[in-house]
Every structure is written in C-alpha cells, then in structure tokens.
Design a protein around this ligand. Structure first.
Ligand SMILES: Cc1cc2nc3c(=O)[nH]c(=O)nc-3n(C[C@H](O)[C@H](O)[C@H](O)COP(=O)(O)OP(=O)(O)OC[C@H]3O[C@@H](n4cnc5c(N)ncnc54)[C@H](O)[C@@H]3O)c2cc1C
Length: 693
C-alpha cells in the first residue's frame, strides 16, 4: 500500500514535535513526512534575548531540522499557497514557476509574523524581535551604539546613543531589556568615555503591570529587581509613533533613544490570510482534536491555530510550551485517523512560567510553586538547557553560559557598510531630517508628507524657510554630488515618510545611470540656494511681500473626490486659468488638476489597457490624480512659494490657511509673483535714479 503523505508547513516548536511523534509512531512504509520551513533550522525563541545580549552565540539558538528529524523529508522552501479543495500545496523551489505537491494530510504550523506596522514609523526605525536575524541585527546595533557613544564629543548625542527603548513588557520585552541592560552596563568599563550611570534602558508598556502572564507577587519582584538594575519601566504608556530620534508616547512626550526594539504586534502569516476557513482574531479555528473546522485531512497547530484547551475550556495561549504539546497530541490524533480509531481532544495543564530579568535574576512559577531571584534564574537556565533539541546544542549553550559567567561579553561586531543601504524613515512634524553644516549621508525621496527647507546665511543667522518639498520630491543630492556639507536644513512640516539611499549606493547609481544623473543636475540647478544668491534684491522684495496680497481666490469650479474625468475636462474648458482644485468635504486639499495633468492622464490611459473606451469619461478623477499635492501656507513668505515652484518646475500652487488648519483658501501663480518682483525692482531703480539726480 502507498504510504500516507503528510505535509507539514512550518518548522517551529509545533511542527518539530509533530514530525518527531509521527515518525516514532508510523514507519516510513506507512507514512511519508515532508516538512517545509523557510529556514533550515528551528529558532529557539526563548533564547533570542540571550543572542541579542551577546551571552550566547546565534548558532546555539538555531537547531538544524535535518539533524533533529531523521526520517523526515526536510525542505527549505516557502509554501506560497495551500489548496484545501484539491489537497495540494504550492511552493517556491527557486525556479521561475511554483511547484505543486499533492498531500493526504496537511498540518499548518507556520506560527505568526511580527507586525511593526501597527505603530507609524516602527517598521522604519525599530527592530522587531521574532526571528534570528532580528536578534543578530540588534546585537550588532547595540555594540555599534556603544562605539558611537565612545566617539561622540557632544554629551547630548552620547546620551542618545546610550538610550535603549524596549516597547512591550511581556516575556520577550522583559528578557530583552534585562539582556541589553546587562550587556551595555557590564561593558562600560571597556569604554573610557562613558560610565554605567550614562546608560538608559527604558521599557514602555501600555498596561498597569509588566508580565501580565505571571502572578502579581512575581511581577512585583521582577519590576523591583529590574528597576534596581537601572531599567526604567514606564507603565500605562503607549508608543504612538517611532522616529529616528526615539518614540512618541500617547501623552505627547518624546522619549529619545538611538535604539528601539519593538516586542509587540503580530499578524497572521500571508498563507493563512488567504485561506478561506473559519478564523478567530486571524488564527485558524480548529475542532477539539485540532482538525481545521470543515476539513478531515487538514490540521492546524501552534501560534497560527485557535485551539480550545479541554483542560480549562479556554483558548490555548501562544507559547512554545503549548505549541509543543499540540504538535505531539495532533500527531497522535493523525495516527488514530490513519488506523480508523476515534481522535481525542487537546487537553493540557500548563507546567508553569519562567522569565529571566537580567543580572542573574529570574522569576518562575512551576508546578504551583513561585520562585524568584538567583535560584529562579538557575532553574530557568536548567530548564531551557534541558529543553534544547539536541545534546550538541545543550553542550554548546552550557559552554556559552559558563563562558559568560566567567568572562566579559563579546563586543566584536561585523561592520556592515551603511552607505550601501536602501532604507525607510519616518519623521514627525518639527523633526529635523538633517541640519545645515552636517555631513551628507543619504539621498532622500519623499514618499508621503511635506518638508520645509531652512537656511541660515551670514546676513540672517536665524534659519529662514526657503522652500517646501512634497510627495515625490527628493533632497540631499546637492551635498552628496558636491561632496560638501548640507547647505540647508530640512525639517518635517507634516508627518513624513522617506525612502533613503546610502551615500555610496547613491553615488554609484548617479555615476552609472545618465538619465538619473541628468535629473539630479537639473534639480541642483533649480534649487533655491543659488537662485537667491544671484537675485538678492528679488529675495528681499519677496520676503516682505505677503502671500495674501498675491492670493487668487478659490476657482468657481471646485472638484471633489467623486468627480469624473468628464467633470474635470468640462471644468478645465470653462476655467480660463486652467488650474483646478479637488477638495474634500472640509475644504481640505485632496488633489489638483491642470491642463498638463490632463495630457499625462491620457498618456497613462493609453498604456493601461483595462480602461474601456466607452465609459472612460465616467472614471473617477481620483483614480488618476496624485493624493496630497504640495501646497504652501498663508503664513509662508512669497519667496518660499516662488522658490518651491522653481524647485518643483510648476507654475502655480494651492494655498492653505496654515499647517495647523489645512483649509484651502486659494492659489498663487508664479507669473503674478514674477510680475510683482519686476515692478518693484523697476520702481526701486527709478527711486535710486531720482535720488541720484
Ligand atoms: C522573543 C520570543 C521569546 C519567547 N519566549 C518564550 C518563552 O520563554 N516561553 C514560551 O513558552 N514561549 C515563548 N515564546 C513564544 C514561542 O516562541 C511561540 O509560541 C512558539 O514559537 C510557537 O511555535 P510555532 O511552531 O507555532 O511557530 P514558530 O516557532 O514561530 O514556527 C513557525 C515556522 O514556520 C515557518 N513558516 C512560516 N510561514 C511559512 C511558509 N509559508 N512556508 C514555510 N515555512 C513557513 C517559519 O519560518 C517558522 O520557522 C517566545 C516568542 C518570542 C518571539
């Protein structure tokens, strides 16, 4: 008889325990087991904090699946789709097409993904804490911060480099804070320019207590010990944004720090999002025996599954302890199904909780007993050592821990070249992206939001706004191409999201791609610094000229988000200036439309076939027009508006009341500004001539 083919998706705690148990119970002739995991190893999550804190080496917390699971077909491939209807999986084997494989039973054990996107700016500025890469990157970064702090001449900057923020005070947040605190404080003796007291480790937690999973006395013990070790714990504080400078809290306070680690936020894996099965908060609902509701050959276990524990009728928590037990019991149930026996519900009494808090201290709740302090720490290490999957790993970790006990932690790091990177950044209104005089390190493209360009000159050392840039604009190229410090500062005017290219990667692209180089040179020529140096009289005239005096009222025809292409064409025909605004219900600017846009729209339609010619005119303008166009505010000077138009290559701009009150009040046109300057220059010259004669 052909062996039953069981495909396991995932290679974490649940999957490994499932595969091990099944292999023990059914021989290769009875059952073929194929396990698909993105990595070729199991990540031992409880030790990730030790990796980040440099107390063990990364390979000690990653156990190779192949060596752990003899008799199981281990495949390092990503499963892209599970088709429960045809009993097939689709996976990426590195060729140009996806491969398909039929199964008799599928076991979904793909865990959950970390999701930093729940807080603006977290993805750009914080480290996640879920996969091995996160722990390794964090360790490199922490050591790098100590090196920067040592070299910093400015006290404020040094303090920033030595400030570490951990978001979330569940198990992983508390363990991570303890490890980083231990690493940085214990290493301070190797850095003559800073002391233990200069180090600030802060845990930000939205609830009233840390470690919600453990008993109140242990929580209290953990909090006191952590505070004694120098860790600041901020309770009832919620992070609402992350930027390059630190995090913003819900009470408006800014917590500054050069390192942010975010231990909260998970999302279901994409293959689960796609599955059309009953779910509870993104997790797959299963029957009591862990089969997916409505299916007889599909199972779900571990963090990706919503399994009610028959022991207490509560949903299982997302812990390794439960994942392992589910893996074991689901495998036994599958054996029962193969043998035609009745299955059993998942039932498990939790063994306890263990959490290390750094400094050889831990809290533990095991078999109804509560232990804290060094004894709990010893227990914690003993239990995890025992739980490690192979003897070679146990010995490796034991040696690492022993080494860590006797000798200082390893402070070497691999110096990866940050100038070669492409990254993202998020800034809040008022944050400086760079300051005049600073060394240029990145080229930035605005993905969303607006920035203002400021410049201080010999005559006016107080920095003045000289231009505004918006979505699609870029900056930083002048200083990078000219290998000189920034001649202007750039400050976020609204929340801003940037795409940034490191200096080396930028130079390489600029040298090797002539069209890009040309685009940059044109931008440099247009940029304001040179313009005002050449036209100082024009600048002083425009600085004194209020934007209000040149404001053109709102056009009679105002378009809305629901206006069609036909509405736009009609309004342009009837509007002599050919400049139209698209406003929302509160008169806030949503988009703009002028004749050149219309040409672009038709050019786009020509290359995107899905638009049907017959109902083309009924398409909404919002499909074609870019959201949030650049605008200037009434309190900006006319010089700012003019420079912005030149830098952008546009002839008009919408005007809003102010940044705080973004109600659209009219438009301003370059031609009118230029006329005013010419008239005033002519009048000034005539005055001079008259005075001279
Ligand atoms: C930092 C940290 C510390 C923790 N500490 C503890 C602790 O002390 N005690 C405790 O009990 N629990 C702890 N946990 C929780 C515990 O690690 C999880 O509950 C457990 O890992 C869940 O096991 P799992 O098998 O469901 O998923 P995971 O262990 O997450 O494994 C899922 C696997 O599926 C793979 N995968 C995902 N999608 C695909 C795909 N499409 N194709 C192929 N492979 C895929 C992933 O690469 C991953 O290897 C911690 C978690 C973290 C993040």
């Amino acid at each position: 008889m052909k062996p039953v083919r069981v495909v396991i998706v995932g290679g974490g705690f649940a999957a490994v325990q499932f595969a091990k148990t099944l292999r023990k119970k059914l021989s290769a002739s009875e059952c073929e087991i194929l396990l698909f995991n993105r990595e070729n190893h199991l990540v031992f999550h409880p030790l990730l904090a030790d990796v980040a804190g440099a107390s063990i080496n990364p390979d000690a917390a990653a156990a190779p699946l192949r060596q752990m699971l003899p008799g199981v077909g281990c495949r390092t491939e990503r499963v892209q789709r599970i088709d429960l209807r045809t009993s097939e999986i689709e996976f990426d084997d590195g060729t140009s097409t996806l491969s398909r494989l039929h199964y008799d039973h599928v076991v979904i054990a793909c865990g959950a993904e970390s999701n930093l996107g729940i807080i603006p700016g977290m993805t750009d500025h914080a480290f996640g804490f879920k996969v091995m890469r996160d722990a390794i990157d964090l360790r490199q970064h922490v050591v790098h911060q100590m090196e920067h702090a040592e070299a910093a001449s400015d006290t404020d900057r040094r303090r920033w480099h030595l400030s570490f923020i951990i978001v979330g005070a569940g198990f992983s947040g508390v363990e991570l804070a303890g490890e980083i605190n231990e690493l940085v404080r214990s290493s301070s003796r190797f850095y003559p320019n800073f002391r233990r007291e200069d180090v600030v480790v802060t845990v930000v937690h939205s609830q009233a207590q840390i470690l919600p999973e453990v008993a109140p006395p242990l929580r209290e013990f953990a909090r006191k010990k952590m505070e004694k070790a120098g860790i600041t714990i901020m309770l009832n504080a919620r992070a609402v944004a992350a930027t390059h400078e630190g995090i913003e809290l819900d009470n408006g306070r800014m917590l500054r720090g050069g390192t942010i680690a975010c231990t909260i936020g998970t999302a279901p894996s994409p293959i689960i999002q796609e599955l059309d099965v009953p779910k509870e908060r993104g997790r797959i609902r299963t029957t009591a025996d862990m089969q997916i509701e409505g299916h007889t050959n599909a199972w779900a276990i571990g963090d990706c599954a919503y399994i009610v524990n028959a022991f207490d009728n509560k949903p299982s928590p997302t812990t390794a302890q439960f994942a392992e037990r589910q893996g074991r019991q689901a495998a036994l149930n599958l054996v029962r199904v193969v043998k035609g026996e009745p299955t059993q519900p998942f039932r498990f009494k939790a063994l306890g909780q263990l959490c290390s808090i750094g400094g050889y201290q831990a809290v533990a709740e095991m078999f109804g007993m509560r232990v804290s302090g060094f004894l709990a720490w010893f227990l914690w290490r003993g239990v995890y050592l025992f739980k490690l999957p192979t003897w070679s790993r146990r010995i490796k970790v034991a040696l690492d821990w022993f080494w860590d006990f006797l000798f200082p932690r390893d402070l070497s790091f691999l110096n990866t070249d940050a100038t070669q990177y492409l990254s993202r950044a998020y800034y809040r209104p008022g944050d400086f992206i760079h300051r005049q005089g600073e060394v240029a390190r990145v080229f930035s493209v605005i993905e969303d939001g607006e920035v203002e360009i400021l410049q201080a000159t010999g005559e006016s050392p107080e920095a003045n706004i000289v231009g505004v840039l918006g979505k699609g604009d870029f900056f930083g190229e002048g200083a990078l191409l000219g290998s000189r410090p920034h001649e202007t500062s750039v400050r976020a005017r609204t929340p801003v999201r940037l795409r940034q290219v490191g200096s080396a990667l930028f130079s390489e692209t600029a040298v090797n791609f002539p069209p890009f180089r040309e685009l940059l040179s044109n931008a440099v020529i247009r940029r304001t610094g040179d313009l005002w140096r050449r036209l100082p009289l024009g600048k002083s005239i425009l600085d004194r000229e209020s934007l209000e005096s040149l404001l053109e009222p709102l056009p009679a025809d105002i378009l809305s988000k629901s206006s069609t292409l036909a509405d736009g064409i009609r309004a342009l025909r009837e509007n002599p200036s050919g400049e139209l605004l698209i406003l929302d219900e509160q008169q806030r600017l949503w988009g703009t439309l002028d004749r050149s846009d219309l040409f672009q729209i038709f050019a786009r339609i020509a290359v995107t076939p899905p638009h049907q010619e017959e109902n083309l005119m009924q398409h909404k303008l919002s499909e074609f027009v870019k959201e949030n166009p650049l605008s200037v505010a009434l309190n900006d000077s006319t010089a700012v508006a003019f420079a912005t138009m030149l830098a952008r290559g546009v002839t008009w701009l919408p005007v809003v009341q102010s940044e705080a009150e973004p109600r659209t009040v009219g438009t301003v046109r370059g031609e009118r500004i230029a006329n005013r300057v010419v008239q005033k220059i002519a009048r000034t010259q005539a005055d001079h001539t008259r005075a001279a004669s």
